[in-house]
Write a protein that binds this ligand. Structure first.
Ligand SMILES: [Cu+2]
Length: 163
């Protein structure tokens, strides 16, 4: 399993190198489409938040998210919730693969961007720019609206009643 992962990473590095050699002027802007993004308003007394979104890969190659940056924090990590001894735990991931022509959803209790060391509290209806970094050097800047957890939960349950 470990060997497979290594080879996979290697071939991606090779592809991205090849890509940058051949297509050095290629704009990657449309390779990734982010939808339904939002970032949680800070809970008073804390300086952490998390961001959720749907990341669509509209290319024929897997895209590997390797990190995110923003002016509001110098420490953003890719996290995943996992069950461990019947406890939900957050685990840091080094990367998150968005399969070719597919998407990955970052949502509460699942994958998310964990934002530490916020320089100031995030207030509802603010907008926060976050840059997503991919292993092939693609960078995607997204403007995420700040939402309270409460409001989002209500929206989600309202949505569920429709189905
Ligand atoms: Cu987390």
């Amino acid at each position: 399993m470990k060997k497979l992962t290594y080879q996979f990473k290697n071939s991606l590095a090779f592809l991205s190198l090849l890509g940058s050699l051949i297509l050095s002027q290629h704009a990657f802007a449309n390779d990734i489409v982010v939808e339904h993004g939002y970032i949680r308003a800070t809970i008073p007394g804390t300086n952490v938040s998390s961001a959720y979104m749907e990341i669509n890969n509209v290319t024929n190659k897997d895209m590997v998210l390797i990190g995110a940056t923003s002016k509001v924090s110098d420490c953003i990590e890719i996290h995943e919730h996992v069950m461990n001894d019947e406890m939900m735990r957050m685990v840091k991931r080094e990367s998150l693969t968005i399969p070719a022509n597919d998407h990955v959803v970052l949502q509460p209790s699942g994958y998310h961007l964990m934002i530490f060391n916020l320089v100031e509290p995030l207030k509802v209806d603010d907008k926060v720019d976050v840059t997503l970094h991919f292993s092939n050097k693609t960078e995607v800047i997204i403007a995420l609206p700040v939402q309270s957890i409460k409001r989002k939960k209500q929206k989600e349950s309202a949505h569920h009643h429709h189905h």
